[in-house]
Each structure stands twice: as structure tokens, then as C-alpha cells.
Ligand binder design. Structure first.
Ligand SMILES: NC(=O)c1ccc[n+]([C@@H]2O[C@H](COP(=O)([O-])OP(=O)(O)OC[C@H]3O[C@@H](n4cnc5c(N)ncnc54)[C@H](OP(=O)(O)O)[C@@H]3O)[C@@H](O)[C@H]2O)c1
Length: 222
């Protein structure tokens, strides 16, 4: 695989014992306060937080920081056809601290783009395919000064990064539930690899065990 000049990528998620990051109805309330504090602490250490479009549609997150003083970072959403509502929290909530970038494709018409730009959103177009082209996008983000990204899902976006071997670190909290369901979103969705030997391998470097929850930290094996 061709090496690209790109930001450092840390994948962060809370998942159930059976590897789901949401129920089949999209309920993803897996973290407790201690876990959220840890995630927010991690957010203070990166230049941007990135999520896929469905996470915006399902959760409408603010992607902000509670618990710590911080000067902000970019919020990045991947949305190939510019469909997230203009009223989404990621657009309306404190854009002066957390400026938002929506990454989309060349297929999006200029008039649609300007609806978002009028609200202060920056649009970056990467590729003319069905979905945002990560291999084109990441060097653009790097050239705008984004050196590290906390990838906060969901499962389909996680797969695109894993498939292209673009995840450097993983921070994974295992929450004490089993939810089942073939339509419940897994940590990593997509078509998956055929063989273990083709999949990226990670080294476990930290384990935090507390009542009910475990947090695992991994680094990609070089
Ligand atoms: N527990 C947790 O830590 C956690 C964290 C985050 C999310 N979640 C849950 O995960 C669920 C959403 O996950 P999801 O897998 O359905 O969606 P997702 O990964 O949030 O978003 C996927 C969408 O992003 C867009 N996209 C654009 N470019 C892409 C690319 N290169 N690769 C992949 N996607 C791209 C695609 O829509 P277009 O083709 O229309 O652009 C795609 O359908 C929600 O229920 C949310 O609550 C849980």
C-alpha cells in the first residue's frame, strides 16, 4: 500500500462485550462518566475529531469538551452528498471554538455547498466517487495543519480506515453489556478481510481495569 503524508489517527470507541458500538435501534449509550472524562481528555490532545455521517444523524453529537479547559479543535464529518441537517449540533454548537469541516465529494453542486459555507462550515472535496476518498482527503487535512485525528466512528467509517491500514492507535472501552443483533453496528463494519494475515495487527500497550469497565490501548505493529 502506498504511504501517504497524513495525520496520526487514533480510533476511539466504547463497545459492548460482543463488539457492538450501538444497538440495532442505534442506542450507543455505553460510556459512564469516567469513560467520558477519559475520552474528553483524549480530545484535548488532538487537532480534530472525526465522525461519519450516520453518527451525526443518529446521535447529533456536539463533539465538544466538558471537564477540561481547552481552546478547541476541528470537528470533521464525512458526508459524501452533503446531507446532514444544517441544524445539527456539529454546525450550530460553538463553531468559534470547534470549527467544522465537512468532507464530501466532487459530485456535490456548488449551491448545496454554499448552504453550509454560509453557516461557517468549511467544505473539502476529496474524490469523485460514491464516498469520500480517504487517500486523497488525509494529505489535504495534514496540509491544513491537522496532525492528529481522534476517529470516533461509527463502524462504517472505522472500516474504511482499517481497510486502508490508516489507524495508528486504538483506545477501546469494553462496556458491561451484550446486545446482540446482526443489524446492531459493530466496532468495524464493511466487508472485512479474507485472511488474518492481510489484516492490520495491533500491540496491546495498556489495560485499565475498573469496576465494570475495561479500557484497552493498542498501537499498530510496524
Ligand atoms: N459507541 C461508540 O463509541 C460509537 C461511536 C460512534 C458512533 N457510534 C454509533 O455508530 C452508529 C453509526 O455507525 P455507522 O457505521 O452506521 O455510520 P458512520 O460510520 O457514522 O457513517 C458512515 C457514513 O459516512 C459516510 N462516509 C463518507 N465517506 C466515507 C468513507 N470513506 N467511508 C465510510 N463512510 C463514509 C457514508 O455515508 P454517505 O455515503 O452518505 O456519505 C457512510 O454511510 C450510530 O448508531 C452511532 O450511535 C457509536
Amino acid at each position: 500500500m502506498k504511504k501517504i503524508n497524513r495525520p496520526y489517527i487514533i480510533l476511539s470507541a466504547a463497545m459492548t462485550i460482543d463488539g457492538k458500538i450501538a444497538t440495532k435501534e442505534g442506542d450507543s449509550e455505553l460510556s459512564d462518566k469516567v469513560d467520558w472524562k477519559d475520552v474528553h481528555n483524549l480530545r484535548t490532545q488532538v487537532d480534530a475529531i472525526m465522525v461519519g455521517k450516520n453518527t451525526i444523524l443518529k446521535d447529533n453529537p456536539k463533539l465538544h469538551i466538558k471537564y477540561y479547559n481547552h481552546n478547541g479543535y476541528y470537528r470533521i464529518v464525512l458526508d459524501s452528498n452533503l446531507t446532514i441537517p444544517l441544524e445539527s449540533n456539529v454546525i450550530t454548537f460553538r463553531p468559534e471554538i470547534y470549527p467544522t469541516i465537512i468532507c464530501t465529494t466532487e459530485n456535490v453542486p456548488l449551491n448545496k455547498q454554499s448552504n453550509y459555507e454560509d453557516r461557517g462550515v468549511r467544505i473539502i472535496k476529496a474524490g469523485g466517487g460514491k464516498r469520500v476518498d480517504l487517500i486523497k482527503l488525509l494529505p489535504i487535512l495534514k496540509s491544513t495543519g491537522i496532525n492528529s485525528i481522534l476517529l470516533e466512528g461509527g463502524g462504517n467509517l472505522n472500516w474504511s480506515f482499517i481497510q486502508n491500514n490508516l489507524v495508528d492507535d486504538i483506545r477501546l472501552t469494553i462496556a458491561p453489556w451484550i446486545v446482540g443483533g446482526k443489524d446492531a453496528t459493530s466496532l468495524v463494519e464493511g466487508i472485512g478481510f479474507d485472511e488474518i494475515k492481510s489484516a492490520p495487527r495491533y500491540d496491546l500497550f495498556d489495560v485499565k481495569i475498573r469496576t465494570y469497565y475495561i479500557t484497552l490501548s493498542y498501537k499498530k505493529r510496524k
